[in-house]
Write a protein that binds this ligand. Structure first.
Ligand code: NDP
Length: 450
């Protein structure tokens, strides 16, 4: 069976691909299993050289990969270039990490115990459509660095950059069978990977609903699982913050990637004493966002991924919002930047919209801000804006989320751990912490008695 890949900005077909089924999935797992014994024994220095070569190839193909990503996801080309830049950095980072991820020796009676970091085997990587190349690299980098082989399933809507990355892996000299990409449906290919007895771990990014299925399916074979499941993050603005800076930054923290970002600060919590002033600044800043052709260097805001997703996003906005921006007419799954006033009990404040809709919620004081920020099943990201350093620290410790920023709205860095609390999932990607999720600790006792 074939299926058509569309450009979300034009609704035009950009590729016609064969769809993998259960049989192809089993074949890919068998290839990865066969490649594992040789790959795990590649000397650390050689594995590092291969990953570095891959990083360099990604750098050399930045423009090509960025254009693929921009056309397939409908991303602004400038943002796509940045994302591909990060993919290269991720491979450089894990190339450098390979010989720094070591065990320890532990003095014990009668000898010494040593710990070793062993690869898991074949790892299944299931990736969503919002940052296809980036999220694939966050999983590929540490998986390969630890000596695992992989079967990567990109989202059906956005498989093109993963297919190109697989070609670059081979060009870099990574042996055949180490990296396998399967284009197919989550409910078929993804499900088979989850249940397959030869898959040792599933690294998943996507919805909480499918995350639950991953956990259930993995139970049958006691697979390792890491889950990154999105959020409903709070951007908390105190009265003593630099309001101009906070307001200039806030729109990008929720409208970037058309809001299709698990770290989107989609609940903007504003202290009542500065509520009206902040709202004015926020609307003014949002008016400045450049919406349009993803291929234009100046574009900042782009369409949603699909017609079905646009319908879901639209279902969150009833009544007249505080602000509604412009969106192009004609083809493309466009949705305007939208700001609504809400309480934390409203649907818009409780569910992940995954679209360019921000809910502004007033709060009284620090205790109220903590209560509202934590009143959500999610716990991925968030921001605190204040000039009071002690308050910033108190808030950072009190908010139940895995990745926070103070006087900034950033969440992702190559060298720092990324992942959620509560129903945003568990396990950490990026940084040295990600290596924990792709290796097992083995303890070996060596007797010193003669
Ligand atoms: P899904 O969770 O359905 O998709 C994520 C990945 O899982 C895709 O590769 C998908 O494949 C695969 N998948 C789907 N069903 C199964 C299954 N039964 N077994 C194994 N793998 C499966 O997310 P959606 O793309 O449908 O988006 C829905 C919502 O999820 C969004 O609106 C958003 O709220 C959230 N989301 C969060 C993301 C994040 O970054 N944390 C990313 C994407 C979505 P396929 O594409 O072939 O269906």
């Amino acid at each position: 069976m074939t299926f058509t890949v569309l450009n979300p900005a034009t609704e035009e077909p950009i590729a016609e691909l064969e769809q993998a089924g259960v049989e192809e999935t089993d074949e890919a797992v068998a290839r990865a299993k066969a490649a594992f014994p040789a790959w795990r024994t590649v000397a650390p220095g050689d594995r590092a050289r291969l990953l570095r070569r891959l990083a360099t190839l990604v750098e050399e193909h930045t423009e090509e990969l960025a254009r693929i990503e921009s056309r397939n996801v409908g991303k602004p080309i400038s943002g796509a270039r940045g994302e591909i830049g990060m993919v290269a950095q991720v491979f450089h980072y894990y190339a450098g990490a390979i010989d720094k991820h070591f065990g320890e020796t532990i003095p014990v009676a009668g000898g010494v115990a040593a710990t070793f970091r062993e690869p898991l085997g074949v790892v299944g990587l299931i990736v969503p459509w919002n940052f296809p190349a980036n999220i694939a690299s966050w999983k590929l980098g540490p998986a390969l660095a630890c000596g695992n082989t992989v079967v990567l399933k990109p989202a059906e809507l956005t498989p093109l950059s993963a297919l190109r990355l697989a070609e670059l892996c081979l060009e870099a000299g990574i042996p055949e069978g180490v990296v396998n990409v399967l284009v197919g449906k989550g409910s078929i290919v993804g499900q088979r990977l989850i249940e397959h007895p030869d898959i040792a771990k599933i690294a998943f990014t996507g919805s909480t609903e499918v995350g639950r299925l991953v956990m259930q399916g993995a139970a049958g074979t006691i697979k390792r699982v890491t889950l990154e499941l999105g959020g409903k993050s709070a951007n908390v603005i105190f009265e003593d913050a630099d309001l101009e800076r906070a307001a200039a930054s806030a729109p990008y923290s929720v409208f970037d990637n058309a809001g299709q970002d698990c770290c989107a600060r989609s609940r903007i919590l504003v202290q009542k004493s500065v509520y009206d002033r902040f709202l004015e600044l926020l609307i003014e800043a949002t008016k400045g966002i450049k919406v349009g052709d993803p291929a234009d260097d100046a574009t900042e805001m782009v369409p949603l991924i699909s017609a079905a997703h646009r319908e879901t996003v639209a279902s969150f906005v009833d009544g007249e919002p505080l602000f509604r921006g412009d969106a192009p007419d004609g083809p493309g799954f466009w949705f305007p930047c939208t700001i609504v006033e809400a309480t934390n009990d409203d649907r818009i404040a409780r569910e992940e919209v995954f679209g360019p809709v921000a809910a502004v919620i007033p709060f009284e004081d620090e205790a109220d801000a903590i209560r509202i920020a934590n009143d959500t099943p999610y716990g991925l990201s968030g921001s605190i804006w204040t000039r009071d350093g002690a308050r910033a620290l108190r808030m950072a410790r009190a908010i139940e989320a895995g990745v926070l920023s103070v006087n900034a709205n950033t969440s992702v860095r190559v060298s720092t751990p990324f992942g959620g609390f509560k129903q945003s999932g568990f396990g950490r990607e990026l940084g040295m912490h990600a290596l924990e999720g792709y290796s097992e600790i083995k303890s070996v006792f060596i007797s010193t008695e003669s």
